[in-house]
Design a protein around this ligand. Structure first.
Ligand SMILES: *[C@@H]1O[C@H](CO)[C@@H](O)[C@H](O)[C@H]1NC(C)=O
Ligand SMILES: *[C@@H]1O[C@H](CO)[C@@H](O)[C@H](O)[C@H]1NC(C)=O
Length: 299
């Protein structure tokens, strides 16, 4: 595996990476809290906020609020200017990865794939009128650019969406422009056509899974925005309804694959896997809430 640390030296992601390693390991966390020479510290909040949750729960809410505020005030153009050096380093990292990769191949084993498999099941599936949370309604919620939370749902879907704009093409496909870290590599891309796999729509790459039981599948090439159009990812996102015992459907199942070239390092693969997991966790929850409250009415 290629180690990216060798040629990436930008500070923001180095800082993020070191935070992650501190918080991901209890031993490291303990060492950070206690300089490593005494036992762990147990902090108990005897009196404090009305809100339930631990201080880290409250911190997460505050961190989301802070990022949303700052990102909204800054706007995407300013964010791209601020991150210009990191974007250049990310582009360089991708070209190094692509140069080290084997040529494109129909063989799935000749690729690195990030795979996220999830289900989202309403708790009222056994009731007479469960929330109408289906794969097609989730996708309609997601695609609805006119919906007044469009900016918020994309921008806030992941704290590291430094840029995320989608727009409808004139042929029922979607264009998405993204700026987000994939592990240590800040990745600035465009997906010119995220297209449903239907006649006249997107064409699956030979290495992608057939998934005959998933009626909603879409594919798209994710290409660098540096003028080279180099392909760094091949999206294959698939959704289906979940059957109930009563012969109806309730809830959705998703299989989200991001196919990358053979030399893509483990930390990049893990980074994009974590990223997609967080954003789609948020999006299925928000879509469900909006369908449940009637804020979004599927047609
Ligand atoms: C669920 O939503 C679909 C639109 O995707 C609609 O056709 C259907 O009638 C809805 N079902 C109920 C029970 O409201
Ligand atoms: C759709 O967009 C493409 C690319 O921008 C353009 O070439 C084509 O003429 C457009 N088609 C219609 C029907 O507007």
């Amino acid at each position: 595996m290629v180690t990216l640390g060798k040629f990436l030296s930008f500070s923001l992601y180095a800082a993020l990476a070191s935070c992650r390693s501190l918080t991901s390991s209890p031993a490291a966390l303990q060492a950070r809290n206690n300089d490593g020479d005494v036992g762990p510290l147990k902090v108990s909040i005897i009196a404090g906020p009305d809100a339930p949750g631990t201080p880290p729960d409250l911190e997460l809410i505050a961190a989301r609020r802070a990022l949303k505020k700052l990102k909204t005030l800054l706007g995407e153009e300013a964010m791209r200017r601020l991150l210009a050096d990191d974007i250049d380093a990310g582009n360089a990292a991708w070209h190094t990865i692509l140069a080290a990769s084997s040529p494109d191949s129909p063989d799935p084993a000749a690729h690195v794939v990030a795979e996220i498999h999830l289900t989202a099941i309403p708790d009222d599936c056994t009731q007479r009128n469960p929330v109408n949370f289906t794969a097609s309604n989730f996708l309609a919620w997601f695609a609805d650019d006119a919906f007044n939370r469009a900016a918020e749902k994309l921008w806030a879907g992941h704290p590291e969406h430094f840029g995320l704009q989608t727009m409808a093409n004139n042929d029922s496909t979607m264009r998405a422009q993204l700026l987000e870290p994939w592990g240590p590599v800040l990745t600035a891309t465009v997906v010119p056509r995220l297209a449903p796999v239907v006649p006249g729509g997107g064409v699956k790459k030979p290495y992608m899974k057939a998934l005959p039981d998933y009626p909603f599948q879409s594919v798209g090439e994710e290409t660098l925005l540096d003028g080279t159009n180099a392909v760094v990812g091949n999206i294959h996102y698939s959704w289906k309804d979940l059957p109930t015992k009563e012969g109806k459907t309730c809830g959705v199942e998703g299989l989200l694959n991001m196919w990358m070239s053979s030399a893509t390092p483990d930390d990049v693969k893990e980074g994009i896997t974590e990223h997609i997991t967080v954003e789609y966790y948020n999006w299925v929850k928000w879509a469900y809430d909006d369908i449940k409250t009637g804020a979004f009415v599927p047609s």
